[in-house]
Design a protein around this ligand. Structure first.
Ligand SMILES: *[C@@H]1O[C@H](CO)[C@@H](O)[C@H](O)[C@H]1NC(C)=O
Ligand SMILES: *[C@@H]1O[C@H](CO)[C@@H](O)[C@H](O)[C@H]1NC(C)=O
Ligand SMILES: CC(=O)N[C@H]1CO[C@H](CO)[C@@H](O)[C@@H]1O
Length: 272
């Protein structure tokens, strides 16, 4: 893909005013300097296994292309912070798409990016009370892509930011791997109040409010889990889903040669 096409597909994301500086920053940094294709392959050992419905879908190149829309991703803070953020992102998308189980070949944390979309959705994930992002008839806003983007109120704004029609064409998230990775990075980078962005938490820019302090929402990987799915997973002792996210992060941090940092868990945190 030419860099002009990459820029065009990112235009909606960056405001015109900041466009010039954004372009310069994007040219200067690409995450391939921190995650080589060999490291990507070592992380996602089984993503193209015959047993994985996403076989062949999530490529290294599509991750790198998508990341060019988000020049601050993996590019904030010192080298440890930057690698740790990428490891945390890859760990969270791995849990969201995992095909692993306790006794799986190479262990439960070698099976990230195995699924493209939710297999047995319980609903169409349409919040009909949301009038800003109204559901289109007969469309399903079930989990799709690396972060398993769900709900009309996420598909709508993600599409608007990234240049696709999230409400009328949510399926594109499981048909176009660059868009798929972009939705995951959009979710990671975008603050949705009262939640901070996952990015700000992992790079140390999160400043807890009084209610965050009261809810014990201290910075660390556990808080990122809280942002992604805390309503279902946090404030519960020894939750298996939370432990799976942590297991992925510990394995990936090791492959990146960084420590995980404190507060991996969210069992003592209240959800947002
Ligand atoms: C990297 O930055 C973090 C946060 O600012 C700091 O705590 C850490 O000591 C730094 N690490 C190195 C190796 O400089
Ligand atoms: C991590 O350290 C090992 C052993 O020193 C080295 O072979 C590997 O290339 C390093 N990986 C990264 C991503 O820096
Ligand atoms: C053309 C194409 O690949 N279409 C697929 C888009 O994604 C849906 C699932 O969300 C598939 O069912 C289609 O086959």
């Amino acid at each position: 893909m030419s860099s002009w096409v990459v820029l065009l597909s990112c235009i909606l994301f960056s405001s015109l005013l900041s466009f010039a500086s954004w372009e310069v920053e994007a040219r200067r940094f690409v995450i391939s300097s921190l995650i080589s294709e060999d490291l990507f392959d070592a992380i996602f050992i089984h993503k193209d296994n015959n047993a994985c419905p996403a076989k062949g879908f999530y490529t290294y190149d599509s991750l790198i292309q998508a990341s060019k829309c988000f020049p601050r991703f993996g590019n904030t803070g010192n080298l440890t912070t930057r690698k740790r953020e990428i490891a945390a992102f890859l760990a969270q998308i791995s849990h969201e798409t995992t095909g692993g189980w306790a006794t799986a070949p190479d262990g439960p944390y070698a099976w990230g990016l195995c699924f493209k979309e939710e297999v047995s959705p319980q609903s169409d994930y349409c919040d009909s009370s949301n009038t800003e992002w109204p559901c289109a008839p007969a469309k399903s806003y079930k989990g799709r892509g690396p972060i398993q983007l769900s709900w009309n109120y996420n598909y709508g704004p993600a599409g608007k930011a990234l240049g696709f029609d999230g409400l009328n064409n949510p399926e594109i998230v499981s048909n176009n791997s660059i868009i798929a990775f972009k939705t995951a990075l959009w979710f990671w980078m975008t603050e949705q109040r009262p939640k901070p962005s996952c990015h700000d938490v992992m790079v140390g820019k999160y400043v807890p409010t009084a209610s965050d302090v009261e809810a014990n929402r201290t910075p660390g990987f556990g808080l990122v889990t809280n942002i992604i799915n805390g309503g279902l997973e946090c404030g519960i002792p020894n939750d298996g889903r939370v432990n799976d996210r942590i297991g992925y992060f510990q394995r990936y941090a090791k492959l990146f040669n960084v420590t995980t940092g404190p507060n991996l868990d969210c069992q003592n945190q209240k959800p947002f």
